[in-house]
Design a protein around this ligand. Structure first.
Ligand SMILES: *Cc1c(COP(=O)(O)O)cnc(C)c1O
Length: 451
C-alpha cells in the first residue's frame, strides 16, 4: 500500500534513479564530490507512516528511532517532525537528539556502559533510561532525586537464542546486554530489585538487529511480557506500567520490496503475545534500520578500472570508510550495486563479472565481489542501495578519508519524469577538519613534554 500523498508518485527505485541523474547533472556527485550519501525524505515519511499505521489502535505507544542507525541532526529532526521519539545509546547521541529537537520525555537512553555523569544528566533532563544490569539499578538508586521525572526500566535478556548474524544477536545465552533471565537465580534477583525500587516501572528487551526472525523477536518479547506479569502479580500492584520492546525488524537487502513489513511484525506480536496490545502496558519501540535502510543510498565515482588475475576491478570511492560492515563481513551484509554511466543514467549492455573496490589502503576493501554488472568505465558511477541506515551516517575514519557529504532529496512527478530537489544534510569533511581531528592543536606535544 502506498502512503504517499501523490496518487501517481514515483516508486522508490524511480526516485533513486532520478536522484542519481540529478546529482550527477548538478555536480553533487562527480570529481569534486566523488562519494556521497543520499536520503529519500518522502520514503522516510512513508516508512514512519507505515510504522504508525501498523500500531494504530494500540493505546499508549511511543515509537522511538534508534539514533545510531542515522546519527544526523537533520534526519533526526525530520523524524521528530513525523512524530517519532528517539532512542540514544551514548552522550553524543543524547546531545544530537536534543539538538534535533526531541523533547526529553520522548527520549530513551540505553547506553550499555553508562557513567555516573551520564546517569545524572539523564535524570536531570527527565530522559527515560533503561538500566543494563542490576549494579546499574543500584547506581541509579543512589543518584536519583526523589522527584525525578525520568521513567526507569531494566533491560533483560530473554535468552531465546540468536539469529543468522552472531554479532547482531543480543538474546543469546551469553550476550553482553541486559540481565540474563534464565541464569540460575536471575529471575528472583530481578523481582527483588523491582520490590526494592517502586520507581522501576519498565522492562526493556531488544532481541537483535538484522538476521533475527519475527518469531524469535516475538518469543523474546513474550518472555519479557510474562516476566512483567509475574512481577506485578508477586508485588500485588501494577508497578510495571511499560514495556520497551526494542527494534530489530530485519531489512531485505536483496531487492526493492519492504519485507517483512511493520504490519507483519505487529501481526506476529499480536499472535504470540495477545495481552501486549490491550492497553495495560505503555509500549515503546526502538526501530532503526527498518525505518531508514531502504530510504538512502550511496553514490560513488568510478575512478579507474583494471584487470588482475583474470578479474575486472572497478576502483571507486565507496569502500570500507562508508560500508564498513559490508567490507569486513561480506556474506552477512551483501549490498546491491547499481551501475550508472557518466551521464548519471543506468548503464545497459552485456554484463561482466567485476569486483567493486573502495579507496582504502588494504586489499580487502571491496564492497562487492564477482558481481555481474554492465561493464564499468572510468567516469561512471556505482550506487550502493539500501544504505540509509548504518552506512554513510556512521563513517570510519581509516586512511584519513573524509566523512562523505550527505544530501536529502525529494522527488515530484512531472510531465518529463520526476523532478528532484536536494538539501544538504552534512557537508563533506574538509582537509582542515581532518587535520584538526588528527591532533593539529597539539602538533608539538611529543617533542617537548611539560616539565
Ligand atoms: C541498535 C538498537 C536498536 C535498533 O536496532 P535496529 O536493528 O536498527 O532496528 C534498538 N534498540 C537497541 C537497544 C539497540 O541497541
Amino acid at each position: 500500500m502506498s502512503l504517499s500523498p501523490f496518487p501517481c508518485a514515483p516508486s522508490s527505485s524511480v526516485r533513486v534513479a532520478a536522484a542519481v541523474r540529478h546529482a550527477v547533472a548538478t555536480g553533487l556527485l562527480g570529481e569534486s564530490g566523488p562519494v556521497a550519501g543520499f536520503v529519500d525524505t518522502d520514503g522516510v515519511r512513508d516508512s514512519v507512516a507505515a510504522l504508525h499505521e501498523a500500531f494504530a489502535g494500540v493505546p499508549g505507544v511511543l515509537h522511538t528511532f534508534a539514533a545510531k542507525a542515522a546519527s544526523l541532526v537533520p534526519v533526526l529532526r525530520l523524524l521528530a517532525e513525523c512524530g517519532m521519539g528517539c532512542e540514544v545509546a551514548s552522550p553524543g547521541e543524547l546531545r544530537i537528539a536534543l539538538d534535533a529537537g526531541f523533547a526529553p520525555s520522548r527520549i530513551v537512553l540505553d547506553s550499555p556502559a553508562k557513567t555516573r555523569e551520564e546517569i545524572r544528566r539523564a535524570l536531570a533532563l527527565g530522559v527515560a533510561l533503561n538500566a543494563d544490569n542490576l549494579d546499574e539499578v543500584d547506581r541509579i538508586a543512589s543518584l536519583r532525586p526523589s522527584n525525578a521525572a525520568s521513567v526507569v526500566g531494566l533491560r533483560v535478556n530473554p535468552q531465546v537464542g540468536g539469529g543468522s548474524i552472531g554479532a547482531m544477536s543480543t538474546a543469546t545465552a551469553t550476550s553482553k546486554f541486559g540481565v540474563a533471565l534464565r541464569d540460575p537465580g536471575a529471575r528472583e534477583l530481578v523481582v527483588e530489585a523491582f520490590a526494592a525500587h517502586p520507581w522501576l516501572t519498565r522492562l526493556h528487551a531488544h532481541v537483535g538487529s538484522q538476521g533475527c526472525s519475527l518469531e524469535l523477536i516475538a518469543a523474546g518479547i513474550g518472555e519479557t511480557y510474562r516476566l512483567a506479569e509475574e512481577i506485578n502479580t508477586v508485588l500485588g500492584r501494577r508497578q510495571i506500567t511499560g514495556l520497551d520492546i526494542g527494534g530489530g525488524l530485519p531489512v531485505n537487502f536483496a531487492d526493492d520490496e519492504v519485507r517483512p513489513t511493520f504490519a507483519a511484525y505487529a501481526a506476529a506480536l499480536r499472535a504470540a503475545v495477545p495481552g501486549l496490545f490491550d492497553g495495560r502496558y505503555e509500549l515503546v519501540t526502538e526501530f532503526g534500520r527498518s525505518l531508514l535502510a531502504k530510504n538512502g543510498f550511496i553514490g560513488a565515482l568510478v575512478e579507474y578500472t583494471k584487470d588482475a588475475g583474470g578479474r575486472r576491478i572497478a576502483l571507486t570511492h565507496a569502500g570500507a570508510q562508508t560500508a564498513t560492515r559490508t567490507v569486513f563481513m561480506p556474506d552477512a551484509w551483501p549490498l546491491r550495486v547499481g551501475a550508472f554511466g557518466s551521464d548519471g543514467r543506468p548503464k545497459a549492455g552485456p554484463s561482466l563479472v567485476q569486483d567493486i573496490a573502495g579507496p582504502c589502503c588494504f586489499a580487502g576493501d571491496v564492497v562487492a565481489h564477482a558481481r555481474e554488472l554492465p561493464e564499468l568505465r572510468e567516469g561512471d558511477y556505482v550506487v550502493l542501495y539500501d544504505t540509509g541506515a548504518y552506512y554513510f551516517s556512521t563513517p570510519w575514519a581509516y586512511n584519513s578519508l573524509p566523512r562523505p557529504a550527505v544530501y536529502g532529496f525529494r522527488t515530484e512527478a512531472g510531465p518529463d519524469g520526476p523532478s528532484v530537489r536536494f538539501a544538504a544534510v552534512r557537508d563533506a569533511q574538509s582537509l582542515d577538519s581532518i587535520s584538526a581531528e588528527s591532533g593539529l592543536a597539539h602538533a608539538d606535544a611529543l617533542l617537548h613534554f611539560p616539565s
